[in-house]
Ligand binder design. Structure first.
Ligand code: PHE
Length: 448
């Protein structure tokens, strides 16, 4: 079934794998969704809860995805059938469906960031940022940017793991960290920033005792860590070294959290320094694409510079995530049907491009697709990964983890999380997410 006789591509170094996984995790989700969810959910109290979810569900699950990936050395679409039997094959294909689905609208938003970055280099920030966002975010402009962004994604994925994905992440991720740090330091100098930090981090414990807050936090953690759809599994299937996968998962998850947290330390001081609080209450998108440029604009030329840096950073973050989404789909086609990688990348990229057209024309459809695929289906996928790894192939998985983690007690703890704690939390979250998901399905079906 595997078509080519040449050996399967792999990461050249562990650092390359680490940066690629961080590149997948750090994306649009970190840059604005986290700050928004955190500020709505109780500030510092929410941040602590979020860290708990990352520890109890995120890290064990990422470890599980890594274990299955490295064990199988194949795309999940092929591997799950081999490892666990035909009844598990649909899970692998659901991952492929999620990859398509998320990429289709993710690249629309990524297209906006690209357009913002390019415009910021060429012109001053428009004074009516709301109207500007309106033009950029829907219709022909959005479609063109969506297509251009996908072409870049296809180009990187077509070149393969070492020459494409690893190299891109090796360059883009350090640049992203540099820009992030510089912007966070700059935000410290804003005279009115203190109110922003206070709003972001005020510990509001009462808000936590709300089912939606926990569900939002868990959904955010899944999306942000790229879990539940085989992205991390696919990346680990190109891993040969017998490194400690639990350790890798922990440092990747903490880096992802760190970036999200620091992004909030940029967004909120800017919003409050320029008195734009009203704008973030209106919509989640508004905070990033409308309010921030409005703040930057008041700084004149320095603002143009900061604006450019910010959107270039966002664009890098989106690109390193979208290549992991496309890779899930492409590796399935390559491993299952034996297509040459470039042909698979182009065909799958075109598929995602077509699927994204409704999202490029209508942000409500984009939001509904995000709720159904980017939130609900990831949790479903996560639950089944727990069942697969915690029960169906537990012995094999435990042995694979043991390759880099000799400590038996640590492996037993991982087992307890994957078998009992994470599934229980996920079932609760699934149940809580049902109403919003049903509403979104109706939007997608054109019913309301
Ligand atoms: N983690 C990415 C982000 O935060 C999105 C993503 C989800 C990427 C699932 C791959 C798989 O933006």
């Amino acid at each position: 079934m595997t078509g080519s006789a040449t050996p399967r591509d792999s990461w050249a170094t562990t650092l390359g794998f680490f940066l690629a996984a961080v590149g997948s995790a750090v994306g649009l989700g970190n840059m604005w969704r986290f700050s928004y969810v955190a500020s709505q959910g109780g500030g510092a109290a929410f941040v602590l809860l979020y860290l708990l979810v990352v520890a109890a569900v995120g890290i064990p699950l990422m470890t599980s995805e890594f274990v299955v990936g490295r064990l199988s050395q194949q795309s999940p679409a092929v591997a799950l059938r081999r490892l666990a039997g035909p009844r598990w094959a649909p899970l692998g294909w659901m991952f492929v469906f999620c990859g398509f689905g998320i990429l289709s609208y993710y690249s629309v938003i990524a297209g906006w960031t690209m357009r913002y970055a390019v415009d910021a280099v060429r012109n001053a920030i428009p004074s009516d940022t709301g109207a500007y966002f309106g033009t950029v975010s829907a219709g022909a402009d959005a479609l063109v940017a969506h297509v251009l962004f996908l072409i870049m994604t296809i180009f990187i994925v077509a070149r393969g793991i070492k020459a494409g994905l690893e190299r891109a992440n090796l360059v883009l991720m350090p640049l992203l960290f540099l820009i992030l740090l510089a912007l966070a330091l700059w935000a410290l100098t804003l005279p009115g920033g203190a109110a922003g930090y206070a709003y972001y981090l005020r510990p509001d414990v009462e808000k936590l005792f709300n089912r939606d807050v926990l569900a939002d936090g868990a959904g955010q953690a899944f999306f942000s860590l790229s879990l539940g759809m085989g992205a991390m599994m696919t990346y680990a299937s190109y891993l040969r070294s017998k490194s400690n996968l639990a350790f890798e998962a922990t440092r990747i998850a903490l880096t992802d959290f760190g970036v999200a947290f620091v992004a909030g330390l940029i967004v909120f001081p800017v919003i409050f320094n320029f008195g734009l609080q009203g704008q973030i209450a209106e919509s989640t998108v508004g905070a990033l694409f409308i309010a921030l440029p409005k703040g930057f604009e008041q700084l004149g030329r320095l603002g143009d510079f900061v604006d450019t840096a910010f959107f270039v950073m966002l664009f890098f973050a989106a690109l390193t995530s979208s290549i992991s989404l496309l890779e899930v789909v492409v590796s399935a086609v390559v491993d299952r049907f034996g297509w040459p990688r470039p042909r698979a990348a182009v065909a799958c990229g075109i598929g995602a491009g077509l699927l994204g057209i409704p999202s490029a024309y209508n942000t409500n459809i984009l939001g509904a697709a995000d709720q159904v695929v980017g939130n609900f289906l990831l949790i479903v996928g996560g639950f089944f990964i727990c069942m697969l790894v915690g029960y169906r192939v537990y012995g094999q998985a435990d042995a694979e983890l043991g390759q880099g983690l000799a400590h038996a007690a640590a492996r037993r703890a991982w087992g307890a999380f994957v078998r009992f704690i994470a599934p229980a939390i996920l079932l609760f979250v699934l149940y809580s997410a049902l109403p919003a998901t049903w509403q979104a399905v109706r939007v997608l079906l054109g019913l309301g």
